[in-house]
Write a protein that binds this ligand. Sequence first.
Ligand code: ADP
Ligand code: MG
Length: 325
Amino acid sequence: PQLANQIAAGEVVERPASVVKELVENSLDAGASRVDIEIDKGGSKLIKIRDNGSGIPKDELALALSRHATSKLHTLDDLEAILSFGFRGEALASISSVSRLTLTSRTADQTEAWQAHAEGADMAVKVMPAAHPVGSTIEVVDLFFNTPARRRFLKSDKTEFTHIDEWLKRIALVRGDIHFTLTHNGKTVRNYRPAMNEAQYLQRLTQVSGRPFAEQALKIECQHDDLRLSGYLQSPWSPVITDTHYFYVNGRLIRDRLVNHAVRQAFAQKAELEQPGYVLMLDIDPHQVDVNVHPAKHEVRFHQSRYVHDYILQALQSALEEAGE
Ligand code: ADP
Ligand code: MG
């Protein structure tokens, strides 16, 4: 099983940012409202994620580190209509096979916390008492210490940290309800306070995308049958160059040419912008999309992609027209 875990790790754990992604998604799946991310040396020395979610019961701690132990998939219909981030049950096992991993957790109905430690090839997991409030802390130390080829493949600490920071921006924009902090080498680099109303969300958008984009962005809010589109579109009267291009389908960031195309088409003849910025969230019946096209889940396939495209285009066009009046 150890070899299988390391092979799976090749798919799941490409670099420190992919570890952060898997662990933070677990925290969100566990209903956390606050997630603190601590990084040392770009993540090659330490990745520490602390959340205030539901915690893991003592008797499931060791199990959580074994492959295909997911608590999130119950029926085949779940698989088709997946809403939670994790469902393959291999992230923790994969990460622990290529690092020294410590999981400390307490559930609301336990009076004390417990800690499980797994170290690379030695998969014998030890469980010990510990101190921790309700929630979990996962510490990943010396990532790839036992897979030197992968370790050599890592870029500079600064580059690896930038990947983590960029990933956090994406999740911060779609999960305004979550308080995120990000620390690098002991210094707090990001503090995204919970955004519970629109003004606070615009503050977060300013933190992520900068004032010129956020201050003038056009609000998108559109509901039609089973589709809902919301978010912000760059104003044609604020033609700053931005790398804010975020499209989420049911809360998941998706790379899709469909939305780029719709945005460019909506902007045709409106501004000189090569690629206008946007943060758009599409909510759609999960049965209308296949999310498992790509193992990293960055791609989806819409069953009715023409319909979705035209819906987005129309929503953007009417927002632009309204703003122009
Ligand atoms: P998956 O997320 O696909 O189920 P993982 O390997 O990422 O698989 O996690 C295994 C299991 O460990 C999860 O199903 C969940 O029950 C538990 N778990 C992991 N991280 C957390 C967390 N931060 N809070 C609560 N439970 C967690
Ligand atoms: Mg997971």
